[in-house]
Design a binder for this molecule. Sequence first.
Ligand SMILES: Nc1ncnc2c1ncn2[C@@H]1O[C@H](COP(=O)(O)OP(=O)(O)OP(=O)(O)O)[C@@H](O)[C@H]1O
Ligand SMILES: [Mg+2]
Length: 240
Amino acid sequence: MNRLLDISRLDAGYGAVRVLNSISIHVDMGESIGLFGPNGHGKTTMLRAISGLLRPSTGKITFDGKDITTAKSPAIVEAGLIHAPQGNTLFGNMKIAETLELAAIGRRARKDAKKRLEMVYELFPRLGERKSQLAKTLSGGERQMLSIGCALMCVPRLLMLDEPTLGLSPRLKEELAEAIGKISKNGVPLIVVEQDVECLLSLTDRLYLIEHGSVVREINRDNAPDHAEVMKLYFGEGAH
Ligand SMILES: Nc1ncnc2c1ncn2[C@@H]1O[C@H](COP(=O)(O)OP(=O)(O)OP(=O)(O)O)[C@@H](O)[C@H]1O
Ligand SMILES: [Mg+2]
């Protein structure tokens, strides 16, 4: 089978609360996928389970043919599964350049780190112009760029982006989507979580609609819902 990532019947949650309910998704070699669905239905939890930040109670995760269901985060990062978390605001008292350099953790990432740093500045010129600015003083959009930049420093073989354009102005959202498109064109497969179905379809090949921790629908360009249908998905019957 030509699968890069295969997730089969995964259950996971927090304490007694189960969030993921026998969820199955996959990413084939050379494709990118999107996840969308109502708030609080398990999209972030899914990425956390894949990244080894949350241990699934049942089910199986295979990456590039290897069972990583119980692997720890450092091993998952070393394998090339990289996760840029939602709403990343944890940047501290370090300059942009230092933050990016420190992000290159692991053997694979340290090799060619200088070249990758230049690549990140090329992709996000705003970061390149602010190399010595403290990361904690960046705007929301610049933080998102830095967060994706840090993920790129880890040499992703599959890059997971959790709501990378959340809270950004339409112009900045477009700028970021364009950069994400370039990452995928350069051969890095993506899992993108995003509420905007149109934007998701422009960045990825296939989408999963997630509700109550399960896949309820698979969408591609041929069966994409129209605006009214999307409104119904998010707001229920009667939405306009
Ligand atoms: N650390 C945690 N401890 C307990 N419950 C949690 C924790 N993190 C998330 N949850 C709960 O798990 C459920 C799913 O959350 P999750 O963050 O996966 O949703 P989401 O689909 O990413 O939502 P959003 O679109 O708002 O980002 C929610 O009910 C949330 O409150
Ligand atoms: Mg989320």
